[in-house]
Write a protein that binds this ligand. Structure first.
Ligand SMILES: [Zn+2]
Ligand SMILES: [Zn+2]
Length: 96
């Protein structure tokens, strides 16, 4: 099966861009059946937008193994693994 360059109008900015034969082949290889709706700059913009909207790192409630204070850690606390509050953590680091 052979492909031909195709002109598509970007649904975001209205620019006509070329969906090249190479890209069409790539799309087919990956099993994509839909044609791209946006030009390259718009696709990039959307990508970076999504990246920018990424929610903050999830924090998990934990109890400090050193002072017993309630704290939050950026990873899920595991059974048997001590978790320290930021105070104790920095102290532990310093004492090393
Ligand atoms: Zn566009
Ligand atoms: Zn602590």
């Amino acid at each position: 099966m052979s492909y031909e360059d195709k002109s598509i109008q970007c649904s975001d900015c209205g620019t006509t861009f070329t969906f090249t034969a190479e890209e069409q082949e790539l799309f087919a290889q990956r099993g994509y059946t839909n044609e791209p709706k946006r030009c390259e700059p718009c696709r990039q913009a959307r990508k970076s937008q999504r990246f920018g909207n990424r929610p903050q790192r999830q924090m998990y409630p934990a109890t400090c193994a050193q002072c017993g204070k309630d704290t939050q850690v950026p990873f899920e606390p595991r059974e048997g693994r001590p978790v320290y509050c930021s105070d104790c953590y920095s102290k532990a680091k310093l004492s090393r």
